[in-house]
Ligand binder design. Structure first.
Ligand code: GFB
Length: 340
């Protein structure tokens, strides 16, 4: 095998592994905490677990429990004693939000995940799944991006602060495995979309932003839509219900120190995604690209062969996923508009 640039800096975690665990079905009646259960990923996880028959799901809104408040998080774990945890709580946003607020993306995410993982360790939570993001990989990682390209090159500067927080989370999970022998795991989803996404024009990711923009253009009869960047970057999009399905699958079938990529294995250009969304919402006008806005990383396509080996594959087509998300958006538009 050819050496990848930077691979000499890799750490071999398997050498210091201290976990002996055979994954299997989770106990449907055990207390299961979904951190971030109102967000895009967490709410999908909650729906998936309900469908799978879990009877003791625990969730707290950020108003009920501020995850940056360490004492409150420890008190919550002492009270609820979860046996399983999915950590889907995070400060997230699209390219412009990440670029504009690096302090918040770094600090808030480090606080949330350190508090939750420390409390989970204190209570010896049996299974934890930490959710990261595909932006942890180097900007110019070989495509499709394999799990072992982590820390082999420089990060994309528009989201380096968020990526560093997520890399720290992966490391904390691996450290707990080594030092305490608990079978905790991490999953790295590609760009997600679906119900309960953030549709705010400036803070959101591209897919919800374009659904809202093209839909508004149809409503107002606008002849032109202006999108950010050049439209040439390539991204992979996964419906969040599929992420939730993959996470439950991993919890019941996978154990290991290395993070597992979760994606579809296919990417599209931003231009293509704009065309598809325009078609789905019925927009007949033209699209202009504002290249003063950042493009971000040129391509982000995950290698999902590891996940396929474990036994899970994506089945939802992108156009179908967009269609159902547009329906959800139209049904919830008024509440979302109030939230900005
Ligand atoms: O989804 P997005 O913000 O995330 O942007 P990233 C993807 C691409 O869509 C970029 C273009 O090339 C944008 O320039 N784009 C076009 C738009 N129009 C728009 C628009 O109206 N809004 C947005 N947001 N983009 C994020 C990271 O990067 O991906 C996060 O910043 C996270 O850390 C997330 O990892 C999954 O894929 O560029």
């Amino acid at each position: 095998m050819t050496e990848r640039p930077g691979s000499e800096f890799r750490i071999d975690h398997t050498a210091r592994e201290n976990v002996q665990f055979e994954p299997g079905p989770l106990d449907r009646d055990a207390p299961f905490y979904v951190a971030g259960h109102r967000g895009l990923a967490g709410s999908a996880m909650w729906r998936r677990l309900e469908r799978a028959g879990f009877t003791n799901l625990i969730g707290r809104s950020s108003r009920e429990l501020d995850l940056t408040d360490r004492a409150a998080v420890f008190a919550f774990f002492a009270e609820t004693q979860p046996r399983y945890v999915v950590l889907a709580a995070a400060k997230v946003g699209g390219i412009l939000a990440n670029e504009s607020y690096p302090v918040e993306f770094l600090s808030v995410n480090l606080q949330i995940q350190t508090n939750v993982l420390d409390a989970a360790l204190q209570h010896r939570v049996e299974r934890v799944l930490f959710l990261g993001s595909s932006c942890i990989y180097p900007k110019y990682a070989a495509q499709p991006i394999r799990e072992d390209s982590l820390m082999t090159g420089h990060l994309e500067p528009t989201n380096d602060a968020y990526a560093i927080a997520k890399i720290a989370g992966i490391m904390q999970v691996q450290a707990v495995r080594r030092e305490y022998g608990l079978p905790w795991i991490s999953a790295m989803p590609t760009n997600l979309y679906g119900p309960n996404d953030n549709f705010s024009p400036k803070g959101s990711h591209v897919l919800p932003a374009l659904i809202r923009r093209y839909d508004e253009a149809v409503q107002t009869g606008a002849a032109e839509v202006v999108n950010w960047g050049t439209g040439t970057p390539r991204r992979e999009f996964l419906h969040v219900d599929e992420l939730a399905d993959a996470c439950l699958y991993l919890l019941e079938h996978y154990d290991g120190p290395e993070q597992v990529n979760v994606g579809t294995g296919t990417d599209v250009t931003i231009r293509e995604i704009a065309d598809t969304i325009g078609k789905v919402v019925g927009f007949a006008g033209s699209t202009v690209w504002d290249s003063t806005k950042p493009d971000g990383t040129p391509q982000k396509l995950l290698d999902v062969s590891r996940l396929a080996e474990i036994g899970w594959k994506s089945a939802v087509g992108l156009e179908d996923g967009i269609r159902s998300t547009v329906e959800w958006f139209r049904a919830h538009r008024d509440e979302l508009t109030e939230r900005g």
